[in-house]
Design a protein around this ligand. Structure first.
Ligand code: SAM
Length: 288
């Protein structure tokens, strides 16, 4: 039988045959081909890991083969695994992701952990996540602190759609707003925490070719890379309540510049924390 893709379907090829075939092809680009094979097959066939092992001899239909082929072709073309799967794990949450949003990174879990410090579980605090993308930070905080009033702002309508969909499943209490940093917020709102992982690459950053599948506007801040951080810091002081904390993720070489911006804006207790790889990653300051 020949499928729509023009590939001849061999009905005697089992799930295990496909496992071997994918693993061999994925070796060319992945350092964990077995794991990626399991994830891609699970996504294409709607099976969990246990079924992949248990039903290894099951035949694969022409429709299933077509779905596997689409995912494999994307992956071999360099599409990030998260976009192939349509979901990604962040801070213990399974988030839907799409090419409209940045793929949430483990580095950003450092920001979430720091933002949660000092927020007791039963504190009714207000938290703002600027540039929410998939909603990763806002949702991780909302899940960890169910009494917190969490607000999230995003300029990209397509990204905000992904965030809202994640929110509907994970934390329906989050308030989602579309717009430019603080602009869509009621000017009377004051926050105990403002957090952001804004675009912080310069427009000539050497990493950009490797990141070509992710949205440019989620990555690039402008000629210096500091433009978004500057705007967020400039507007934060008046939006924070007394003793409120601003926490910003940034590039490993931007710590000194961000501390300077925070000090100039009047923040106290300015400091930078390192990520799990030991690189300067999150700078923060307290509104006195
Ligand atoms: C680096 S991504 C971070 C996404 C998400 N917070 C995360 O950590 O995975 C930055 C996000 O900021 C958004 N953004 C860029 N400029 C913005 C602006 N002026 N106002 C609001 N959001 C903006 C981008 O669309 C993107 O979703």
């Amino acid at each position: 039988m020949t499928s729509d893709s023009g590939v001849t379907h061999n009905p005697s090829r089992s799930l295990r045959d496909w496992q071997y075939a994918l693993r061999d092809q994925l070796r060319a680009l992945s350092d964990q081909p077995e794991q990626e094979t399991r994830w891609l097959l699970a996504a294409a066939l709607g099976l969990d890991g246990a079924a992949l092992l248990r039903d290894a001899l099951m035949p694969i239909s022409a429709e299933e083969e077509a779905r596997i082929t689409v995912l494999l072709t994307q992956r071999l073309a360099g599409v990030p695994l998260a976009y192939c799967l349509g979901e990604w794990s962040f801070y213990g949450l399974d988030l839907c992701v799409a090419p409209a949003v940045l793929i949430p990174r483990p580095d950003t879990e450092t920001l979430v952990t720091l933002a949660l410090e000092g927020l007791a579980e039963n504190d009714a605090v207000r938290v703002l996540d600027l540039g929410t993308g998939s909603g990763a930070i806002a949702l991780a905080i909302a899940q960890a602190r169910p009494l917190a009033e969490v607000w999230a702002v995003e300029r990209s309508p397509a990204a905000l759609q992904v965030a809202r969909a994640n929110g509907a499943l994970l934390a329906p209490q989050v308030h989602w707003l579309e717009g430019d940093w603080y602009a869509p917020l009621d000017s009377a709102l004051r926050f105990n925490r403002i957090v952001a992982n804004p675009p912080y690459l310069a427009d000539n950053d050497s990493h950009l070719p490797d990141l070509r599948h992710e949205p440019w506007e989620a990555l690039v801040a402008g000629p210096s890379g500091l433009e978004c951080l500057e705007r967020i810091i400039a507007g934060a002081y008046e939006r924070l309540s007394l003793q409120g904390v601003l926490l910003l993720e940034h590039g490993p070489d931007q710590g000194k510049a961000v501390r300077g911006l925070l000090n100039n804006a009047g923040f106290g207790a300015v400091q930078t924390c390192r990520d799990l790889a030991g690189r300067e990653r999150v700078s923060s300051g307290i509104r006195n």
